[in-house]
Write a protein that binds this ligand. Structure first.
Ligand SMILES: Cc1ncc(COP(=O)(O)O)c(C=O)c1O
Length: 471
């Protein structure tokens, strides 16, 4: 007797962020293997992975080289913690990430996921300020509709009311500021992206002043905000945010769980937009998903209290040293953080990036990707096409001229009831998302070229044309 995957999936597996009741009468999609930018289901049907799984599979599927790196590491040393000990793969990966990261982002704390990376950054900010005498700083600013993870701390930073309510009360201190959705900019700043960017950045300053600067620890921002459908920063936005953070002594955390490792044609999104954050959080693409890994990369000065005690210096520049036995420890750790297998895979993943010049591939082909998606603007349902690199959102509207969006029922019928299934049935993995206004999101593997963009465009055209007949 063969094992019935469908039956067992329906009976025992709990899919994440998924309405399980929808599978009472429908099959659960089961993906069994992948090759390059394609994946295959249990019936042998092929799909173009237009979302890199979940913004993860940067180098594509089926790379035996990464499987071998994992196997070799597991045979040599499958596990040892980073609590008090080091192992070579984590050391080498930390050094390599420090080399790749901009400025003095030189210290790496590993986790297993993006949520843990975000939690770690918030905890570090809190402990850092306690140690440096600014005891009142604990609040975190983040942008409306931004997703920063699901664990309680990360959820408090997340700006999506719909996924938070059930879990209130969350840790206090999460404060919202506007995002950079220029398509939906308030009327009075909709004239130019620059003007809009100044307003959106200044809203951060206004929030800091409103909350009291002495209570604000950090601002969490993605280089390109994912949730809501890819909001790139307006020109000058990050430079102004950096200035504001400096003015009030607030840490700037670049949450690059999606945007790092080539998604925007650079190792880190902060490089693309020319700003230096205090902390970068990462996960997803670090290993292309061949093993889980996340972490944060931290600027040197944030490490000082943990190396020397108090980080302050005297007027003559001398460092204040604490008695050796009293130098504090970052009171945080995760059993599997920086797992040897994951670290080894991440190193091999970066070897592929270099050998195949994947950043170069994204930079060479991103204009083609944009052009392919922009072709869809002739469809009445396509309101806006936005993004950068290999990271795009297509906002769907009911009325192009007025930008009127769909109400909740229409959105439910269109996205959940039709588009998600229809796109998948047509052979494209992407995401129909209504956490903000309804969007289709695309983030293909970095190995993709024009032929794949043509395929994406053709499938989207056919399915969106059909969707319009149902509006
Ligand atoms: C920007 C951002 N931060 C944090 C997270 C949480 O990462 P994880 O799902 O690995 O916990 C995500 C996940 O999509 C994300 O996009």
């Amino acid at each position: 007797m063969t094992f019935d995957l469908q039956e067992a999936a329906k009976k025992h597996l709990w899919l994440h962020f998924t309405r399980m009741s929808a599978y009472a009468d429908n099959d659960v999609p089961v993906i069994v293997r992948g090759s390059g930018p394609y994946v295959y289901d249990d019936k042998g049907k092929r799909y173009l992975d237009g979302l890199s799984g979940l913004f993860v599979s940067m180098v594509g599927h089926g790379r035996t080289e990464l499987a071998e790196a994992a196997s070799k590491q597991a045979a040599e040393l499958a596990y040892f913690p980073l609590w008090s000990y080091a192992h070579p793969s984590a050391v080498m990966l930390a050094a390599r990430l420090a080399e790749l990261a901009p400025g003095d982002l030189n210290r790496v704390f590993f986790t297993t996921s993006g949520s843990e990376a975000v939690e770690s950054a918030w905890k570090l900010a809190k402990q850092y300020f306690k140690l440096t005498g600014e005891h009142g700083r604990y609040k975190v600013l983040s942008r409306e509709i931004a997703y920063h993870g699901t664990s309680m701390g990360a959820l408090a930073i997340t700006g999506l009311a719909a996924i938070k309510g059930e879990f209130e009360p969350l840790p206090p201190g999460g404060v919202r500021v506007p995002n950079t959705n220029f398509y939906r900019a308030p009327e009075f700043v909709s004239g130019s992206e620059e003007e809009f960017g100044v307003w959106a950045a200044d809203e951060i300053e206004r929030a800091i002043l409103r909350e009291g600067p002495e209570s604000v620890a950090a601002v969490f921002v993605e280089p390109v905000q994912n949730s809501g459908g890819c909001f790139p920063p307006p020109p000058g936005y990050f430079q102004r945010v950096r200035e504001i953070c400096d003015r009030y002594g607030v840490l700037l955390v670049s949450d690059e769980v999606i945007c790092a490792f080539g998604r925007l044609g650079y190792y880190f999104g902060a490089e693309r937009y020319g700003y230096l954050p205090d902390i970068i959080t990462f996960a997803k693409g670090a290993t292309s998903g061949y093993s889980p890994l996340g972490g944060m990369i931290v600027r040197d000065y944030l490490m000082e209290p943990f190396l020397y005690g108090h980080a302050g210096r005297s007027a003559t520049g001398e460092r204040h040293y604490t008695e050796a036995g009293k130098i504090p420890t970052f009171l945080h750790g995760i059993t599997f953080g920086g797992h040897p297998v994951s670290a080894a895979v991440a190193l091999a993943n970066l070897d592929i990036f270099e050998r195949e010049d994947l950043l170069g591939n994204v930079r060479k082909h991103e204009a083609g990707f944009r052009a392919s998606l922009e072709k869809l603007s002739d469809l009445p349902i396509v309101g806006d096409v936005r993004g950068d690199g290999y990271f795009y959102g297509i906002e769907l509207v009911k009325d192009k001229a007025t930008r009127e969006t769909f109400d909740d029922d229409e959105s439910e019928r269109l996205l959940r009831g039709f588009l998600s299934h229809a796109l998948f049935d047509a052979g494209l993995v992407c995401r129909a998302d209504d956490r903000g206004d309804p969007v289709i999101q695309l983030a293909p593997p970095l190995i993709c070229t024009q032929e794949h963009f043509d395929e994406i465009e053709q499938i989207l055209r056919a399915v969106l044309t059909e969707a319009w007949t149902r509006v």
